[in-house]
Every structure is written in structure tokens, then in C-alpha cells.
Design a binder for this molecule. Structure first.
Ligand SMILES: Nc1nc2c(ncn2[C@@H]2O[C@H](COP(=O)(O)OP(=O)(O)O)[C@@H](O)[C@H]2O)c(=O)[nH]1
Ligand SMILES: [Mg+2]
Length: 402
């Protein structure tokens, strides 16, 4: 999660210095990845336009993810000619949304913005966006789906995918996507104060959804624009962006729900728990499938079949929990001996869980007379929480700090 709160230095400074660090009105972030053939024209055009309308009152922040075509180097070469330009080269991270946030963190403007670095977003539209902000909008979005907007020559498939993604978003997050005609837009301005104290943590490409979902946005202005064809370089959009988009929607959905707010209040790692539960379900399917295979198909004795099936399920669950549920912790302790130790502990916790389950089932069924299936369900729920908690506290935890 990243906050973009502004820190103003309090050391005494000269007039010239004060001028230099004076807060500009607009900070426009330009995320780039392999835009070496576009970046010069991009900076030239933007600088010309902004020098005429906001002289010295803007800054351009190129955030490049260490492009193999050395876009960052080309951009750095422009700083002498365009002093309003700043270039950030990120070497450890990749991703459009996080690049934009990185740029905003470095930005000083009162209004923060983003524009693609490939000339597909017509720079002139900036004035209309600025006008919307002047008129009181907290967020001004360039939209392909209002008057004056459109796409130049998209195939039917691309239009369908774009609209499909929008409909999906409307179903999952109506209160966010319903406020925008073009929630997929990557060209917008937002007032710093609307997002400054809000932790943003987007996945993938769609930073606008994150801004509307988590920011304090009262008024939204929209301006039509025609999405231009790419002149040089190529799009970085792949199927992965569709997967990330879905992930992003679900994450926003979960974090805006009532259950999540409660979880936050009591400091319960809900996301992790849901992943753990999901992995647990996959284990149940494997357990049942293998039991059927060993016992019914191959005729192995029931107890032996059940033990094999359970152990395979445990291996499956361990693999996914290590790769997914607790991936952030596991990544810090990758040596085979550490992984093996976690696997052994996981087995042990599962075994304890099994004993606990049998115990609970007996208490509920024999002691309290609860229906056997209901008792089993309750026992499973309790044991899942127990397994999760023990693994969280004793197994996947950071034991060495660097
Ligand atoms: N820093 C950074 N910029 C990116 C990344 N992926 C895409 N971009 C930039 O984001 C903008 C939009 O990307 P593009 O691939 O053109 O998307 P499309 O216009 O939807 O096809 C362009 O300026 C890209 O160079 C990334 O991983 N990191
Ligand atoms: Mg593009």
C-alpha cells in the first residue's frame, strides 16, 4: 500500500531555492515501457502546450520501468532542454499502475495526472481536463464514451473485450464503475487532496478504478477524446491484464464490504484466510477424487486409501499455501531446508487438526446431539480457523530479519 502524502521541508531556504521547490499546480505522470520511439515527441508536444498555458507551473514525471530500449536514458537526455521534466527509472518493479503511483509520490503538484507515453492520448485534451478541475471537479477523466469521444479503428473483438470488461466491472463494483462512462481510461487528472491520505494498492493496468474506489471523490468531470492509433512501438496489453483486472475488481469489492471493515477493525487477515480456505477446498476435491481412485477403482483397502488421499491433499495444500496464501513470507525463506521444515510443520498442524476434528465431532454429535452432518460442518469450520491460525502464527512467519 502506498500513501502519497506531501512532505514539505522546513529548513530555511533562499528565494531561488524556494522558487525551485515551489509546488507546481500540475504534475503529469507519463508511465513508459519501451516508448523510446515516442517519448521525445511526447515531451516536446506536452512541454509546448503547457509552457503556453501554465508556464513554470507544471512538472512532467516520466516513470520508466527500466525499458530494454532505454526509454529512461532518452528521457533523461531531454531534461536540459525541458527543465520541468523529471525522470524516474524503476529497476525492481514492473507494472503500469504502480508506476503511476510512484510518479505521484515524487510529484509536488496540487493536481496529479496521468497520460500514456505513446501519443494515443491527444495532449490537447489536457486543457479541457484542467478546465473541469477549475470548475470544481475532484477528478477529470478523458472518456471515449461521451460526446466527442471514440476509438479510431478498433476491431470488433477489441471493442467487445473492452465493453465486456466494463460490464463485468459494473456487476462486481457498480458503485465505482457506475460513476464513469469510461472506467478503463488511463488519461485523467485528480486533485491531490482527494487521494493524499488514502492508501492505494492497485493491481495491473486500471489505476482509475483504484482512485475512484478508494479516493474521496465528490465531483467527476468527463471530457470526450478519440483514442488514437499507435504510431510507433507496440501495446503491452496481454491476457495477463485481463486476469489482473478481475483480481483488482475482486480486491476492491472485498475491501469495500462490511465484513472486511470488521476484519480490519479486529485486525484479522481476511484476504489470507480466504485464500487459505480456497486452497482447503481444492484439497477436499483432491482428497475425495483420490479416495475414489484408490479405493473404488483400484481396490486398495479403505484406511490405506484414505491415508494416501489425505497426504496428497496435504501436499497440494502446502504447495498452494506456500506459493499463494503465504507467498510474501515464503519468498523471504526460500532455501530447500526451510521449505521442507514448513512442509513438516504443516503436516503436523494438519494431523492435530484431524484429531481436533474427531474430538469436536464427538462432542457435538454424541454429547450435544447435533445432527451428524451439521456437526461435521461445524467441526470443519472450527478446524479450518484453527489450522489457519496456527500456520499463520507458527509456520509461515518471518524468523530472520535482514
Ligand atoms: N512504467 C510502465 N509503463 C507501462 C507499463 N506497461 C505499459 N506502460 C505504459 O503505459 C501506457 C499504456 O500502455 P499500452 O501498452 O500502450 O496500453 P494500450 O494503449 O491500452 O494498448 C504506455 O505509455 C506504456 O508505455 C509498465 O509495466 N510500466
Ligand atoms: Mg497505448
Amino acid at each position: 500500500m502506498s500513501n502519497i502524502a506531501l512532505e514539505i521541508p522546513s529548513i530555511p531556504i533562499s528565494v531561488e531555492e524556494a522558487e525551485k521547490i515551489r509546488q507546481p499546480y500540475l504534475s503529469l505522470v507519463i508511465p513508459t515501457y519501451n516508448e523510446g520511439r515516442n517519448i521525445v515527441r511526447m515531451i516536446e508536444t506536452l512541454s509546448q502546450l503547457l509552457d503556453a498555458s501554465l508556464p513554470s507551473d507544471y512538472e512532467l514525471v516520466v516513470v520508466d520501468d527500466d525499458s530494454p530500449d532505454r526509454t529512461w536514458e532518452i528521457a533523461e537526455g531531454l531534461i536540459d532542454r525541458y527543465p520541468q521534466l523529471q525522470v524516474i527509472r524503476r529497476q525492481q518493479e514492473r507494472g503500469l499502475s504502480t508506476a503511476v503511483i510512484r510518479g505521484w509520490q515524487a510529484a509536488r503538484g496540487e493536481v496529479l495526472g496521468v497520460i500514456d507515453g505513446d501519443l494515443q492520448h491527444p495532449p490537447e485534451i489536457l486543457f479541457k481536463l484542467l478546465h473541469e478541475i477549475k470548475q470544481g471537479a475532484d477528478l477529470a477523466v478523458a472518456s471515449r464514451h461521451v460526446e466527442g469521444g471514440g476509438v479510431s479503428s478498433w476491431s470488433v473483438i477489441r471493442r467487445f473485450l473492452s465493453r465486456g470488461a466494463q460490464v463485468l466491472g459494473l456487476v462486481i463494483l457498480p458503485r465505482v464503475l457506475g460513476r464513469l462512462t469510461d472506467p478503463m481510461s488511463g488519461y485523467f487528472l485528480v486533485k491531490r487532496k482527494a487521494i493524499a491520505s488514502r492508501p492505494l494498492s492497485p493491481v495491473g493496468y486500471k489505476i482509475l478504478i483504484e482512485v475512484v474506489g478508494r479516493g474521496d471523490i465528490q465531483q467527476i468531470g468527463e471530457v470526450g477524446y478519440v483514442f488514437q492509433e499507435r504510431q510507433a512501438g507496440e501495446s503491452k496489453v496481454t491476457w495477463r491484464q485481463y486476469r489482473d483486472y478481475l483480481h483488482h475488481l475482486l480486491r476492491l469489492r472485498l475491501s469495500s464490504g462490511r465484513i472486511n471493515r470488521l476484519a480490519q477493525k479486529i485486525n484479522f487477515p481476511l484476504g489470507r484466510f480466504l485464500r487459505f480456505g480456497f486452497v482447503g477446498l481444492s484439497g477436499v476435491v483432491i482428497d475425495m477424487g483420490l479416495l475414489y481412485l484408490f479405493h473404488t477403482v483400484w481396490g486398495v483397502a479403505l484406511t490405506r486409501s484414505a491415508i494416501f488421499a489425505a497426504e496428497f491433499a496435504i501436499l497440494n495444500n502446502f504447495f498452494w499455501n506456500d506459493r499463494w496464501t503465504f507467498a510474501d513470507v515464503a519468498r523471504q525463506q526460500r532455501s530447500p531446508s526451510k521449505v521442507f521444515k514448513r512442509l513438516l510443520k504443516f503436516n503436523l498442524v494438519c494431523l492435530m487438526g484431524l484429531i481436533l476434528k474427531v474430538l469436536l465431532l464427538n462432542i457435538l454429535f454424541n454429547g450435544l446431539g447435533v445432527n451428524a452432518y451439521l456437526a461435521n460442518l461445524v467441526a470443519i469450520a472450527i478446524v479450518t480457523v484453527w489450522n489457519f491460525w496456527i500456520n499463520l502464527k507458527l509456520n509461515w512467519r518471518v524468523t530472520e530479519t535482514q
